[in-house]
Write a protein that binds this ligand. Structure first.
Ligand code: IVH
Length: 684
């Protein structure tokens, strides 16, 4: 290839990669598989390492580049990064709205309502690149608001941050060329990434991060960009300056412009005018809070028009034109009437505070978890103490601290954690290095009760009507000794239960019968294998397709499944090594519970890609190659066009290969195709 052909090919690959990064990381709507993306990336990396003179800093292959040698340098902000005043109630919002309207005079007052993302704010500077476009040159943390830390090398690894913006795009959006722009926003760590990071830290014996915000902050200040790249931080943009000045008319228009520039902009936003509308937005945000996948701690309201913002101006540390409505931590103080210990389905003992009922965030709370024996002894909790109880989102209320002052005298009765299982009176054990005490009696009635309740849950086998009262009666009457016995229940047996008539008995039996078709993933969850939650169960089911294949799998085979590491594979192996568990699987099978799943199309790697075959391949015939591509979800075409993703060329390839070169389409040989099919990255 000539130098200019290589240069064009590199540009073409970069263009494709940027497009797919934008689809994946900004719009959350990928069009190609990870393997196909990796293949393009590897091709680009290969060409860039063969032609270092063609490397540019904004290449997608250069996200993880040089690292800061010793610590981070400090740099001044172009304008100070302010914080926001807070409001905690509708009254405070109404006061603020009144002040805003007074000061605004005849200027329009409308507000942009946004989520208050619980991350850390950063300022990104893009400087003119010489070609009319701009390039990311600096990423600064907020620091003290005047000076921040230069974390550019880490910011560059965040895939939702564009490394450059083209002249065309600037022009299309009527932004001036040849001038620097600055984008500010929030870096957050998604909850899934946070959990993964902490799992890794736990494995490595490092202290866990307390929340996603701290984890994001710690990550941004890591001196190793490749670690940052793995942490999957996300940047949400909300502020834009052109040569240090506002350029668009208002906040709503700013967000639209940022999205058009390729930044990720939070979709939960609304333009509001009245305090009532603000409250509506706040209520909606609060109800969606637990399902966003990242943390928020309130809502930010901003006067929309920049002209009005400018008239309102700033107080010492914060703008008058914006306010943060903070969600109040839902907490209450109440008295501990007693401490009980619950036995879970895995035998885990959980201490629970029995409380004098207290109204917290819309519900009455009368029990709160005390987590484990260590937490309990750390608190030094006594029966009769007053405690602060918190409820976050819809999660289980928890005791956070003992409150002791003149009005809240200490309780008298210290609590001793039991050494016997409170349900079966067999000594409890604590494994080395674990925090939890467990009852290891396989026949502990509490375990059976909890297993049955778990089995019936909506996310598991979805057996409506299998609640606590019913389960307790089934156990008391000796009607079930394992989850498999549910399938042998008869109408006569059920009609004898409290508050059970023929109709309700039949309804429950119908529910039990239809749970047989719940599928392998749910059955796996229902079995209660340690560490195997909803997602892992589903992945295992799809990978192995049947319970028999899963039970026959080795650790190595198990670990081939996405997200399954040694900890999970060990738990699965241990579970199926127990004769009692194998017997349970047999009884479920005999009861007619389906134990199969649609096997995942392991090869659906090429969805969205079009291939053109040319020449003679060393081992595959043209038809075989075509079949393989199609079986993996790819398409084949007879002629090369701009829409061709790859040309697969063998011996004596002719004009199609020339055409591919002309159009800068990546060319694969047979080995390259097979690697792509196997879901590997291309050989470099
Ligand atoms: S605007 C001059 N918008 O909240 C006003 N801030 O408590 C600049 N934050 O330092 C901030 N989400 O880190 C703005 N949608 C949002 C935000 C947001 C989170 C953070 C930001 C700021 C802090 C102030």
């Amino acid at each position: 290839m000539t130098d200019s052909a290589v240069a064009r090919k590199i540009e073409n690959l970069r263009h494709q990669l940027r497009h797919h990064e934008h689809l994946y990381y900004v719009l959350d709507a990928p069009e190609i598989t990870d393997a196909a993306y990796d293949a393009l990336m590897n091709e680009l990396k290969r060409l860039e390492s063969a032609h270092p003179e063609l490397v540019t800093p904004d290449s997608p292959a250069q996200r993880v580049g040089g690292k800061p040698a010793e610590g981070f340098k400090k740099a001044r902000h172009s304008r100070s990064m302010l914080s926001l005043d807070n409001a905690y109630s509708a009254e405070e919002l109404a006061d603020w709205d009144r002040r805003v309207r007074e000061l605004a005079g005849d200027l329009p007052v409308e507000y942009a309502a946004e989520l208050k993302l619980d991350g850390l704010s950063v300022a990104l500077r893009y400087d003119p690149a010489g070609d009319g476009g701009v390039r990311l040159t600096m990423g600064l943390t907020r620091g003290d608001g005047q000076t921040g830390e230069d974390v550019t090398s880490n910011i560059r690894t965040i895939r939702s941050v564009p490394l450059s913006i083209s002249a065309d795009l600037l022009q299309k959006l009527r932004l001036p060329q040849g001038q620097g722009i600055e984008v500010r926003g929030e870096v957050v760590m998604p909850e899934a990434a946070f959990l993964r990071v902490n799992e890794e830290r736990e494995r490595e014996g490092l202290p866990a991060f307390v929340n996603p915000r701290n984890s994001a902050a710690g990550t941004l200040r890591t001196l190793e960009p490749s670690i940052v790249a793995n942490r999957r931080l996300v940047f949400f943009a909300y502020f834009l300056l052109v040569e240090g000045e506002y350029f668009v008319a208002g906040q709503t228009a700013t967000l639209e412009t940022l999205a058009a520039l390729g930044f990720r902009v939070n979709p939960h936003r609304r333009r509001v005018t009245t305090v009532e509308e603000m409250i509506e937005f706040i209520d909606k945000a609060e109800s969606e809070r637990s399902s966003l996948g990242y943390e928020i701690d309130g809502v930010v309201l901003k006067v929309d028009a920049h002209a009005t913002q400018q008239r309102l101006g700033y107080t010492g540390r914060a703008p008058r034109w914006a306010i943060a409505y903070k969600f109040t931590a839902k907490a209450g103080v109440t008295r501990v009437n007693g401490i009980t210990v619950q036995v879970g389905r895995t035998g885990k003992l959980t201490p629970v505070a029995e409380l004098a009922p207290v109204f917290i965030g819309g519900t009455t709370v009368s029990r709160a978890t005390l987590h484990n024996a260590d937490f309990l002894s750390g608190l030094g909790l006594r029966v009769g103490d007053w405690v602060k109880v918190e409820r976050g989102g819809d999660v289980i209320p928890k005791v956070v601290e003992v409150v002791a002052d003149a009005e809240h005298p200490r309780g008298e009765q210290p609590f001793a954690f039991p050494s016997l299982c409170p349900e079966c009176q067999i000594p409890v054990v604590r494994a080395e290095g674990e925090v939890d005490w467990r009852c290891v009696n396989a026949n502990c009635p509490a375990k059976l009760r909890e297993s049955l309740l778990h089995f019936g849950r909506r996310e598991v086998m979805n057996i409506e009507g299998l609640g606590e009262a019913v389960v307790q009666q089934l156990l008391d009457r000796g009607l079930v000794h394992s989850v498999a016995d549910l399938y042998a229940l008869t109408e006569e047996q059920l009609v004898g239960l409290d508050r059970f008539a023929e109709k309700s008995a039949r309804a429950l039996l119908d529910q039990i019968a239809s749970s047989k078709r719940a599928g392998l993933g749910r059955v796996l969850m229902g079995l209660g294998i340690r560490f195997v939650g909803e997602r892992t169960a589903e992945l295992l089911a799809q990978e192995f397709g049947s319970i028999d294949a899963l039970m026959a799998a080795s650790a190595e085979e198990l670990e081939r499944v996405e997200e399954v590491g040694p900890r999970i594979s060990q738990a699965v192996l241990e579970f199926f090594a127990q004769p009692a568990n194998r017997a349970l699987v047999d009884s479920l099978k005999r009861a007619g519970v389906e134990m199969t799943a649609e096997k995942r199309q392991r090869t659906a790697q090429l969805t969205g890609l079009t291939f053109v075959l040319t020449g003679t391949l060393p081992t595959l015939t043209r038809d075989e190659a075509k079949q393989k591509i199609e079986a993996a979800g790819g398409k084949t075409a007879g002629s090369v066009s701009k829409r061709t993703s790859y040309v697969v060329a063998g011996e004596e390839a002719g004009s199609k290969l020339d055409k591919a070169r002309e159009l800068e389409i990546p060319v694969l040989d047979e080995a390259g195709l097979l690697a792509l099919l196997a879901g590997q990255s291309l050989p470099g």
